[in-house]
Design a protein. Structure first.
Ligand code: UDX
Length: 450
């Protein structure tokens, strides 16, 4: 077993990585500067909602498998491998902000006292492994004191632990045999399907593909994966737009498309576009890297452009329903987090839609299952609730924005009978259309003729 430090251990990737590695039996020190989150984590609580995380964290705390600190040098001194999981947000021009990664590397340069493998988990543009190596080489010798490895994460928020314990693949990018051996040892329990605490998702009968490559290819694989996912969403949104114009039904089109084994059914839901902390940020960073290397990524620019337009598509549907003036129109938004199953409202297109509507004088109310507190913190004036009934009553327009499963079960009969029944816009095609029809409610499904 390896002594592992996780820098950025209280962030989304850091929490899942730290807990995951500790559950595999490694001794993990999670380091972060956020005191509030550290205190919560010591108490078995996570600031990010992740299904099944807290019971595992509790157990790991209890058996002393994981600890939390704000002291980077202490973490490094007591670790044989250090995972960097700090944030790489977008700069104004779309490039990834590497300042946190650089600051950590400058610390490591002064703190490493024995051979340590530095594992970069954060999504970093091609070339960053060289930057970290250069910083460490100012004082230390590569191969003797350290090696830097790219080991990108493919964690989806809300399913992060499944993605850690039952990954579709593990990618390790390094040219050092010593570092490769260290990484194989770290992931060995996962490949063998063994953990020191109870983890429901581990499956020892399934073989996990383990890909060893060079650092550049590993970093680019991560960007390629997110660019491909973003492309699928913009692709299906574009088909949905055309379908609407020519009188097709996007639900049937997605079904027919997904049955082609070369295409597959996943990740083809049309809607307001891709939000969240990764797809947009990583696609912009890839476009920047391409530009810096004299390559014109025409297709990816189109993917971004389509995504920006989707918000306007939804706005147009709202004004088509209530007329050009939104002043004091009561509009209900269902699904406020950037997707269902998470409480993350950062980069949520629902929140951007709320702001657009609010700025035009609409009276907006919102519903979410998990993210109500987070929305209140971000937008204190936004009237939000966990009670869908209270939100739907009295609304002139209802817009369903993510695929929260309970929305499919809404019984619309009560809302069709009221004096002023709402106009419903289903951007995801998930509502019960039979119930809407039976209730005499007018509705519009994105990508389908109404
Ligand atoms: C994504 C990648 O899936 C993950 O591998 C990577 O590590 C981080 O970025 P995440 O941002 O958590 O994960 O969410 P994801 O489930 O991919 O959804 C991203 C956005 O796309 C959401 O706004 C979601 O609503 C939207 N989406 C997703 C669609 O509009 N249609 C779909 O079919 C799927």
């Amino acid at each position: 077993m390896t002594d592992i430090g996780v820098i950025g251990g209280a962030g989304y990737v850091g929490i899942v990585t730290g807990v995951g590695l500790a559950a595999l039996g490694h001794k993990v020190i999670s380091m972060d500067l956020d005191q509030k989150r550290l205190a919560m984590l010591r108490d078995g609580k996570s600031a990010v909602y992740e299904d099944g995380l807290e019971p595992i964290l509790d157990r790991l705390n209890e058996i002393g498998q994981i600890s939390f600190t704000d002291d980077q040098s202490d973490t490094v001194r007591n670790s044989d491998a250090v995972f960097i999981a700090v944030g790489t947000p977008s700069l104004d021009d779309g490039a990834a902000d590497l300042s946190a990664v650089i600051a950590v590397a400058e610390g490591l340069r002064d703190e490493i006292g024995k051979y340590t493998v530095i594992v970069v988990k954060s999504t970093v543009p091609v070339g960053t492994i060289n930057v970290v190596t250069d910083i460490l080489s100012q004082k230390l010798t590569e191969g003797e004191d350290f090696d830097v490895v790219s080991n990108p994460e493919f964690l989806r928020e809300g399913s992060g632990l499944i993605d850690f314990f039952a990954p579709s693949r593990i990618i390790v990018g390094s040219s050092s045999e010593r570092a490769n051996a260290a990484l194989r040892e770290i992931y060995e329990p996962l490949l063998a399907g063994t953990t020191v605490v109870d983890v429901p998702w581990i499956d020892s009968s399934r073989e996990i593909p383990y890909v060893e490559t060079d650092a550049t290819s590993a970093q680019l694989t991560k960007y390629a994966a997110n660019a491909f996912l973003a492309t699928r969403i913009s692709f299906i949104n574009e088909i949905a737009g055309i379908s609407e114009k020519v009188g097709g039904n996007i639900g049937h089109i997605v079904e027919g498309l997904g049955l082609d084994p070369r295409i597959g059914p996943g990740y083809l839901q049309p809607g307001i576009g891709f939000g969240g902390p990764c797809l947009d940020k990583d696609l912009r960073a890839l476009i920047m890297v391409a530009g810096e290397n004299s390559y014109d990524p025409v297709m990816f620019n189109g993917v971004l452009q389509r995504n920006e337009l989707q918000l306007r598509v939804v706005m147009k549907k709202i004004t088509a329903a209530v007329g050009p003036s939104l002043y004091q129109k009561r509009i209900a938004l269902l699904g406020l987090a950037f997707k269902e199953g998470t409480n993350d409202v950062r980069h949520s297109l629902s929140i951007r839609l709320y702001r657009l509507l609010r700025d035009q004088g609409a009276s907006v109310v919102g519903h979410d299952v998990l993210a109500v507190d987070e929305v209140r913190e971000l937008e204190p004036d936004f009237e939000v609730s966990e009670d869908v009934d209270g939100i739907l009553n009295d609304s002139e327009v209802v817009v369903a924005l993510n695929s929260e499963p309970s929305y499919a079960g809404i019984d619309w009969s009560g809302y069709g009978q009221v004096e002023r029944s709402p106009y419903v816009i289903d951007t995801r095609g998930i509502l019960d259309h039979d119930s809407l029809v039976a209730s005499g409610i007018e509705f519009d499904v994105l990508g389908a003729v109404s």
